[in-house]
Design a protein around this ligand. Structure first.
Ligand SMILES: [Zn+2]
Ligand SMILES: [Zn+2]
Length: 284
């Protein structure tokens, strides 16, 4: 457990997590960009996850993990929810690794029944094609397994809910977190932000929602960098707003949501500001 919660395992290899260590593999790993994991690394990571009990699986430091690792954790949590604690079948394992690698867009495409037929159709079409990375914004599907643990009603995650759909209920929020620029020039340049723009969309009739996290441009290389937020904080925020919209909670006075007026928010480089999904931009 302690080893898997150490994010450096992503950069330095999994030799110590594996029963079968492979010297040549760890050499190539150490040179890798941790965000672009090979199938072998994803597989090793998944094998390590399978050793974890439910509690440990639900308390991983997700905020320190690269996107592929969060996808694998999300998929495994979902699998255990659906299938219980048995070990995965060969095809389940393949699906989860495909999902981690970004080859398919759903961890278990056939289990999205509650989302409706249209969504299923879409999932099938997308299968086999690697989804294009969207460097300026990130989908928050990995939050869903946490959200459904917190809410007392049925909600589904639908990553196709569109920004331009006027029928959806929407809310922008800021969360604390940091950005990491991983371009070759910047290495792992990191900066904190109190205004990471997030957007929540909700389709009331279908009880479907989607969370978008907006990237910010690095002020050294002007490339977008991925926002890293604390999962529990963002989940709390999402659940609070969903509760309000579902009529399960009365509005509370905002406390932590106030944005400091003197906060140096770099609106020029915030993708949320660009697409009007940043609470900072809303104030003006
Ligand atoms: Zn940079
Ligand atoms: Zn902004």
């Amino acid at each position: 457990m302690s080893k898997i919660s150490d994010p450096t395992v992503f950069a330095t290899g999994y030799g110590n997590l594996e029963t079968n260590t492979d010297a040549s593999a760890s050499t190539s790993r150490s040179r890798m960009n941790p965000n672009q994991a090979s199938r072998r690394i994803i597989g090793s990571f998944y094998s390590a996850l399978l050793q974890l009990g439910k509690y440990d699986l639900n308390h991983l430091p997700m905020q320190d993990y690269p996107t592929w690792a969060r996808r694998v954790v999300h998929a495994e949590r979902k699998r255990r929810k659906d299938k219980g604690v048995e070990m995965p079948t060969r095809s389940e394992r393949r699906n989860i690794l495909d999902f981690g690698e970004g080859i398919i867009s759903q961890p278990n495409g056939d289990q999205q029944g509650s989302v409706g037929d249209d969504q299923q159709q879409l999932t099938k079409q997308k299968k086999g094609k690697a989804p294009k990375p969207t460097p300026e914004e990130f989908d928050g599907e990995y939050l869903h397994t946490y959200v459904i643990d917190e809410v007392t009603y049925d909600v589904v995650y639908d990553k196709t809910l569109s920004r331009t759909d006027g029928t959806l209920t929407k809310r922008n929020s800021n969360v604390w977190g940091h950005f990491v620029c991983k371009t070759e020039d910047c290495g792992e340049r990191k900066w904190d932000s109190s205004v990471i723009a997030t957007n929540l969309r909700f389709c009331r009739p279908r009880k479907a929602y989607k969370v978008t996290l907006h990237a910010q441009k690095c002020n050294q290389c002007e490339q977008y960098a991925e926002p890293i937020v604390e999962v529990t904080t963002l989940v709390k925020r999402v659940v609070y707003v969903l509760d309000l919209w579902m009529g399960f909670r009365a509005k509370e006075p905002r406390k932590d949501k106030e944005i400091k007026s003197d906060g140096p928010h770099d609106t020029e480089r915030c993708h949320g500001c660009e697409v009007n999904e940043c609470p900072y931009a809303e104030r003006e």
